[in-house]
Design a protein around this ligand. Structure first.
Ligand code: FES
Length: 167
């Protein structure tokens, strides 16, 4: 049976009745009409559904809506101001960081989360052979964006866009 929950999405409290088995992605898209977050694989493999939860990037297809009562959720709809794109979005436009655009909301939300991780210091458990250089090198971006796939292979543009928007 449905549960009544309140999600804080893009700074707004949104109440919804949702089956406890519904993924956060489906709650956003179907219950709240926020269709910017995309469903590619529904299995945590493509990153098209990436949103921020309390500032951290997450595959929203892999988590249940009912687990996020009280969390701050940011979707692509929450970036920029009405009528104006955020700097990161503008950079994707400028550098052609997409072709068909289906993966773009997830790419941008993931990049935003990555920049936030950079500002907090790269997490040491994902440095691997890349070392700990606190820098937006191409290798760092490729490794840290590897959860976001682009079937059109617009990766060079995506990398340029992120590098230019990086702090
Ligand atoms: Fe969530 Fe592909 S739809 S990772």
């Amino acid at each position: 049976s449905a549960m009544k929950i309140t999600l804080n999405v893009n700074g707004e409290a949104r109440s919804l009745d949702v089956d406890p088995r519904v993924a956060l992605l489906d709650a956003l898209r179907t219950h709240l009409d926020l269709t910017g977050s995309k469903k590619g694989c529904d299995h945590g493999q493509c990153g098209a559904c990436t949103v921020l939860v309390n500032g951290r990037r997450i595959n929203s297809c892999l988590t249940l809506a009912v687990m996020h009562e009280g969390d701050e959720i940011t979707t692509i709809e929450g970036l920029g101001e009405p009528g104006s794109l955020s700097p990161l979005q503008k950079s994707f436009v400028k550098h052609d960081g997409y072709q068909c655009g289906y993966c773009t909301p997830g790419q941008i939300m993931s990049a935003k989360g990555m920049i936030a991780e950079f500002n907090m210091g790269w997490p040491s458990n994902v440095t691997d052979d890349l070392g700990t250089a606190p820098d937006f090198t191409e290798a760092e971006i490729k490794e840290r964006m590897s959860g976001n796939l682009c079937r059109c292979s617009a990766y060079p543009g995506i990398c340029h866009a992120i590098r230019e928007a990086a702090p």
